[in-house]
Ligand binder design. Structure first.
Ligand code: HEM
Length: 578
């Protein structure tokens, strides 16, 4: 028999070996349990072989994981399984796989990542980020269940495909203001698209920059749509508060920036104690976040009471609330408040990345730009800007909008590089990954409950069988005989996430924003590469950042009105709004 007392003596003599041994024991027990749950003895899907305990931690690609997984698909097939510290991952590399699991089995593949027990120790930081910092109003961080479903339903009501046309006048107005800003300072076009502090460009922190859109077209549009509040400049208190709250999330999200992250016991230290600054910071950010979601909502509540509210999502939600003494009032009010706030934080940064990619593509592909402008000139003429009523008559522009979404996928994988920290933090870094809620058998393989399942949208939208020149910017991918080809693969199948339940509910609003910008900018501006000191075109490169959100690497371009007439059109249209 195994001498238990000897084993105990050994552990006491070599205490440093205890932790890895316990983890090893945990992993063995886990795989034993998994085998018991796999009655048909099916194999796990193929994937790279991992090490004991750490699994494939050291194989995980850091830079642009979507490109690396794309290469792995050629070795293992279009579905890759691996484990990192006991957390299973399944990466899907084809439309068939995403449709089989996310669409056809959506009941089982619509949960969000949960904290594995082995990493329970680090939950404190996650709590600081999500709950203590009051980020729980963002439904992308909520687990699948009734509370999330009620949020999703409320959001859908205001951002459904048939509803978003209501916001077109606001989008058109903000685009006109954007055109005017480009006229006064074209060299600051990146700033006009979105002012972005440089520290946030560093992957994987780009995920935290959702709110940093001061003075951007989208800040103004979303504030107006969500609350009916007109944002005039970057000093607007609503925007600057949001900015500070987001900086808090960025700081708290850097692994190890708080000692409590490494020594969880510190959570019991009272906040007045020297060194307990993290508690005071968390409290400050929580208060700020509370203000971000509460203050504009309270402002609209007041306006609704006075009968002076401007139409907005928040005003409509407030008008539909039950009476204050109704037992569901508090819950419904909370959902209404969260819905307006998530519209405000959810969409801006993503669309910003697409608009930056559009400017880069135009500077790189002059022929595409010329064809798009020729179509606008023929359909709209030169004496007005295109509007939403022109959209059906502009197939090339519509194809160009689709190609912008495909060429640089804003969220290429729905997750960034899953580090020990991001897994342990149960954090936003993986927030848009789906999680399998029950054990499953699929195509002869066993998929354990708790597996994080990610679609590699980059592979799906760079598939040479669907896109003849996947690395190039070609609106022609979607055109046949001068019309939109109904059989072409629509980038919406992968660019906005997957499955009826979780797919991005803001995609219709984003599509309208992109159309408004693309058509209006091309109607009046020429976009070209910048000139070097010899007056020659600088050679631009199509380079994009890594991280949960991918952006074009900052670049310069020359933006000039197409003609004197175009310039007067820009000046005149801004006067209409003032
Ligand atoms: C280019 C623009 C956009 C892209 C690429 C994008 C992409 C995504 C993706 C990939 C997801 C995760 C879906 C999944 O789990 O499978 C998502 C979720 C979400 N998006 Fe978007 N999005 C964009 C614009 C917007 C806009 C404009 C809004 C708001 C008006 C918005 C609001 C949301 C919300 C609230 C969620 C969470 C949904 C949930 O968890 O139920 N997005 N988005």
């Amino acid at each position: 028999m195994f001498p238990v007392s000897k084993a105990i003596d050994w552990l006491v003599a070599y205490p440093f070996h205890t932790v890895p041994l316990l983890v090893l024991l945990g992993t063995v027990l886990k795989s034993f349990r998994t085998r018991r749950r796999n009655p048909n003895g099916l194999p796990l899907p193929p994937g790279p072989k991992g090490w004991p305990i750490v699994g494939n931690l050291f194989d995980m690609p850091r830079d642009k994981p979507w490109v690396v997984y794309h290469k792995w698909f050629q070795v293992y097939g279009d579905m890759i399984y691996f484990e990192v510290l006991g957390q299973p991952f399944l990466i899907l590399g084809s439309l068939k796989r995403t449709s089989d699991l996310f669409d056809k089995r959506s009941t089982n593949y619509s949960d969000r990542l949960r904290m594995p027990m082995v990493l329970e120790l680090r939950m404190e930081t996650a709590d600081i980020i999500c709950t203590r910092m009051h980020w729980d109003y963002n439904m992308a961080m909520l687990p699948y269940g009734t509370w999330w479903r009620r949020h999703r339903r409320a959001f859908q009501e205001y951002f459904h495909q048939n509803v978003v046309s209501k916001y077109q006048p606001i989008q058109s107005r903000e685009v006109r203001a954007f055109l005017h800003r480009l006229l006064t300072s074209p060299d600051k076009f990146m700033h006009h698209i979105r002012h972005q502090p440089s520290f946030l460009i560093t992957p994987p922190l780009t995920v935290y920059s959702n709110l940093l859109f001061l003075s951007s077209t989208f800040a103004a549009t979303i504030m107006s749509v969500a609350y009916g509040i007109s944002v005039k400049d970057s000093d607007d208190p609503y925007i600057s508060r949001a900015e500070e709250a987001l900086e808090g999330l960025a700081e708290a999200g850097i692994p190890g920036s708080f000692l409590v992250d490494i020594m969880p016991i510190l959570k019991y230290v009272p906040s007045w104690f020297p060194g307990a600054g993290f508690k005071r910071k968390a409290a400050h950010w929580r208060a700020l976040n509370h203000q971000v979601s509460e203050l504009p909502f309270e402002y609209v509540e007041e306006q609704v009471k006075k009968g002076t509210a401007v139409p907005s999502v928040a005003a409509a939600l407030i008008e539909h609330l039950p009476a204050e003494d109704h037992p569901l009032y508090a819950e419904e009010r909370r959902i209404a408040q969260d819905t307006a706030a998530v519209a405000y934080v959810g969409g801006a940064d993503t669309t910003v990345s697409s608009v930056q990619a559009f400017f880069l593509a135009m500077a790189l592909y002059p022929e595409v730009q010329r064809r798009a402008q020729a179509e606008i000139d023929a359909v709209v003429g030169n004496d007005r800007l295109p509007d939403f009523s022109d959209r059906d008559a502009l197939p090339y522009i519509n194809a160009l909008v689709k190609e912008t979404v495909r060429w640089n996928l804003v969220i290429p994988m729905g997750a960034s590089y899953p580090t020990v920290f991001s897994i342990a933090l149960r954090s936003y870094l993986l927030a848009v990954g789906h999680m399998c809620s029950e054990d499953d058998e699929y195509d002869g393989y066993f998929i354990p409950k708790g597996t994080v399942v990610l679609g590699n949208g980059w592979s799906i939208l760079h598939d040479p069988t669907a896109f003849s020149h996947p690395m190039e910017f070609r609106p022609e991918h979607y055109l046949k005989d001068g019309k939109l080809d109904p059989n072409a693969r629509n980038p919406d199948c992968a660019a906005f996430g997957y499955g009826r339940r979780l797919i991005c509910p803001g995609r219709h609003m984003s599509d309208n924003s992109l159309y408004a910008i693309v058509s209006s900018v091309l109607a009046v501006y020429d976009i070209k590469p910048p000139l070097d000191e010899h007056g020659k075109d600088v050679k631009l490169k199509p380079e994009f950042t890594s991280g949960l959100l991918s952006y074009p690497v900052p670049f310069q371009c020359s933006i000039k009105p197409r003609s004197g007439l175009a310039e007067s059109l820009i000046r005149d249209c801004i006067e209409v709004d003032h």
